[in-house]
Ligand binder design. Structure first.
Ligand code: SOE
Length: 388
């Protein structure tokens, strides 16, 4: 029974504010966890919009200054769902007040800020998590299970793409409430922090640490009007990024991300090829995991079988990760459920003392890879990824 109230203060009410709020409202309906999130306070700069959001989702109070939200005694958990340039200050201040801190990805603008955030939560000893929600797609979690079961064998290749097309229009502004992802001052980077951070988090979860990278980035639209100044300004983000990677386990990786792949809306794919098998996933077809098993076990020996081939697993059985919490086999879950699954893991982690991953420390490793990718692109060299 969810007997312990955990009073939530959410900062930000965009796309992610909605996804997180929905998770707080639903988690106890589908998961048995001791904690019961209470939507206590919503914080955003524009009072009317904040008020409307708070009313729609059932937040009891509204603040327009995040410092006031953090100072409140009736808040236990601070959720950071604002542009990346605010993550560090909010997280450090919230941890210092003893609040639990959950933060949208990427952890920070860069690893230097990320390190301060890790220090703050570790010093305060407060539960923390970064919302890398794709780990909670059942098919991706099943890929991890298959790898853990040793069915892929020795890993050779990891191949990831993350493709979108929503910034091709050169008339889009940079900055402001909806287009801050195009403004380097607010986002830190472009697709590297926004999209590749997801791919890197998934890759390292499935295939272990990335040790070195070589990269190239491109900014296709060099100038955009800035929403605040109203003036044409140089664009500082990477519109596209491709990088090569070496993993600690000896395998090689390729990663490609762009917001200029016409027709691709949120196409997040990966494939891992090993000596005994492969897995392949595509977020545009999220219920399915493709699995190739090379070695079929027969009479205790591994032999190649004439029936060997790719198998499509519809990841909706109660035996599949998370699915025993949802509907009957064959009925699918969607994007929003990945946040509910993530929140359930986080609350269970607090309950059991086994922190759910990725916590800030784990997200810092991803941040280091992102920083090193951008450095490699600038320097046109292979760069070692600092291991923390
Ligand atoms: C960008 O368009 C974005 O909203 C990312 O910020 C999210 O993290 C990703 O899941 C979907 O795309």
């Amino acid at each position: 029974m969810a007997t312990k109230e955990i009073r939530v203060g959410l900062i930000g009410y965009g796309f992610m504010g909605k996804a997180h709020s929905n998770a707080y409202r639903k988690v106890n309906q589908f998961f048995d966890v001791d904690y019961r999130p209470v939507l206590k306070c919503l914080c955003a700069r524009t009072p009317e919009k904040a008020g409307a959001f708070a009313q729609r989702w059932g937040y009891e109070f509204v603040e327009t200054d995040w410092r006031k939200l953090i100072a409140r005694d009736d808040i236990d958990l601070v959720d950071i769902a604002v542009p990346n340039n605010l993550h560090k200050d909010i997280a450090v201040a919230a941890a210092a007040r003893g609040k639990w801190v959950v933060c949208e990805k990427p952890l920070a603008m860069n690893a230097e800020q990320g390190r301060l955030m890790v220090e703050a939560v570790q010093k305060a000893g407060v539960p923390n998590m970064v919302w890398f929600n794709y780990r909670r797609v059942p098919a991706i979690a099943l890929a991890r299970q298959i790898i853990d079961e040793g069915r892929i064998g020795r890993a050779f290749h990891y191949r990831a793409t993350y493709l979108q097309d929503w910034t091709i229009n050169a008339n889009l502004q940079q900055g402001g409430q909806t287009l801050w992802r195009l403004d380097a001052a607010a986002a830190g980077s472009g697709v590297t922090g926004d999209l590749l951070a997801h791919s890197i988090d998934t890759a390292m979860w499935l295939n272990g640490p990335i040790t070195e990278v070589a990269a190239a980035t491109e900014t296709f639209v060099k100038e955009r009007t800035h929403a605040e100044s109203g003036k044409m300004q140089p664009v500082g983000i990477d519109d596209a990024c491709m990088f090569l990677a070496r993993f600690e386990n000896g395998s090689m990786g390729t990663f490609e991300s762009t917001r200029y792949a016409r027709g691709r809306k949120n196409s997040n794919t990966f494939e891992l090829n090993g000596s005994d098998g492969s897995v392949h996933f595509n977020l545009e077809d999220p219920q399915w995991l493709d699995f190739f098993e090379y070695a079929q076990k027969q009479s205790g020996m591994k032999v190649e079988d004439h029936l060997a081939g790719w198998r499509r697993i519809h990841v909706t059985n109660t035996e599949h990760p998370y699915m025993d919490h949802w509907w009957v086999p064959g009925c699918t879950i969607g994007y929003e459920h990945t946040f509910i699954n993530a929140l359930a893991d986080f609350l269970k982690g607090v309950q059991t003392g086994q922190a759910a991953q990725p916590d800030f420390q784990s997200a810092l490793r991803t941040q280091y890879v992102c920083d090193t990718v951008l450095k490699a692109a600038r320097n046109h060299t292979w760069e070692q990824v600092p291991q923390v």
